[in-house]
Write a protein that binds this ligand. Sequence first.
Ligand code: AMP
Length: 208
Amino acid sequence: MKIILLGPPGSGKGTVSERLVQDYNLIHISAGEILREEVQKQTTLGKEIKKYIEKGNLVPDQFVAEIVKLGAKGKKNYILDGFPRTIAQAKEITDLNIDLVIYLDVPEQIVIKRLAGRRTCKKGDHTYHLTYLPPKKRGICDYDKTKLLQRKDDQPDVVKERFRVYHEKTQPVIDYYKKKRMLRIIDAAPTPEKAYKNVRKIIEDTFK
Ligand code: AMP
């Protein structure tokens, strides 16, 4: 089962991926997470990547495509989260033989509110929301017990730029998969949990 999960920033891709990992034993390959890990390592490359992420811009195609392909190499069951985000990236992975592309559709006003309250654990693997999905203990991750932080790129001016880039670069990817008849659209406006129920239905239908 090879699935691509697309959606605007804050549409719930991370939450839906976590559930897919638990229920279907899929490997979660998140381009954003891999890139943030590289930034945390403070390598020369990481420092370069940081500049793009903090401005809300996309990291250059060739680099992202390479690391994602490396992560997917030899694997048969995975979710690509937040990749591909450009047509060039989509074309780079035609040989992966993806089964299904799921698009989490959420209006911009809703995701902007979600991003403002989003907090992630220092390790970067778990995501919360101050109002909709608070941790058991304020400011602390339920799983890792590390501090919860706001991502720099979740700050309002960077979010604005991420949306601009999203409309310009990623919207065409959605149309690309629509034309290939690989795309399933989910209304993800209510909550990521409700969206996940519909994701499950689509998966059960596709892989029965
Ligand atoms: P995300 O965690 O998916 O919201 O990604 C956070 C940031 O990482 C994005 O705003 C980009 O700067 C970078 N990024 C993530 N995925 C990609 C991608 N497929 N191509 C280029 N840059 C990416």
